[in-house]
Design a protein around this ligand. Sequence first.
Ligand code: AMP
Ligand code: MG
Length: 411
Amino acid sequence: MKQRIPLEEAQEIVKKNLPDLSPENVILKEASGRILAESIFAPMNQPPFARSPLDGYALRAEDTRGASKDNPLKLKIVSRIFAGDRAKEPVNSGETARIMTGAPIPEGADCVIRQENTDRENDEVTICQELRPGQNYAPAGEDIEKGELLCSRGTLLRSPQLGVLASMGLERVEVRPLPKVAVITTGNELQALGEKLEPGQIYNSNNYLISARLEECGAKVTASLVAGDNKEEIKEKITENLPGCDFLVTTGGVSVGEKDLLLSILEELGAEIFFWKLGLKPGTPIVCAKLDGTIIFGLSGNPAAAVITFDLLVRPMLVEINGFEHLNLKSSRAVFVDEFNKSSRTRRLLRAVVVSSPRGEIVKLSRGRQRPGVLKTTLECNCLIDIPAGSPPLESGQEVEIFKLPEIYNY
Ligand code: AMP
Ligand code: MG
């Protein structure tokens, strides 16, 4: 078993052990939030036929030549066409068709006059203006032309894409897999929300933090369980939930304390342990293993450590699966404009906020303490400062490496 390995080595191991998942063919109703696995070209024109964009009268533009207030033109109404009707008989010279928004424009007519610009008496309508061919006329394919590229592979399907695909009558689409994940939070001290905290207890925030992060990164949390620091209980929950999921995430019990049981549990279950501990702070305690072909991430119970190792290992794995690069961390550089007085013997990641400024991107620490158990720092955190092992304290004005988090509401 490898111990205290560098982050990049751990990332490579994860990459080589991705769950084997195929694209899914889903109905459009269930495609919201999924990533397209295929490029989609328009199978038809939209609108499929030339239609009126307003309520009025369809006619021949040439008939209106010379029409004005002083020279009103009278046309005979030969038909009434509503949205949903088939196109009726052609409009000949001297004729017009009463037409409603969305209705097919009959043959012969090449423009539509707005109802408000006409006067009607019985089956005759008076027009006092000239019209151009194509005026108020929505040709077939005005919106979407048959054969054009609508959405390319890798697109996140949201309301605009669903609307466009639905307008093409496409009932189903091929999407990238949505891995099923079981989350098991462990610890005797954990209390459920809504229950009274007894002395020594804390609320189980990791269950929410990690489950929501999984879903934000394109996974489906299919089981969310809690176990005490008890070997049999944890073993049972792992073996019961492993077959139904594509990978499993636990929190707590991966360090060196007397109740840190996960590593020995996994060994007893016969798992292949890829590594235990990372050369990283926070986030040193972590175990990554494979049991019955399924990868297991045992994250630290400390919320900030859990979320940082999640972002560095689980997030990239999810991006490999769903192909949505936007969700990945992006390496960048920024100017540090804060104070951090500790030297870093081990590689260290600081929760931070990067913003643009006239002199480029600047980064300061997130509000709250940089301890592994501190949750508040994750609130405004939009990047991690990556401090190499053996670095002295940071100086304000120095350039630092950062990993930027995606703006999840902005894609
Ligand atoms: P552990 O990884 O089990 O050693 O836990 C490290 C720290 O994280 C301890 O202070 C735990 O109380 C805390 N912790 C463990 N699990 C959770 C959880 N699910 N939610 C919030 N804090 C937790
Ligand atoms: Mg514990």
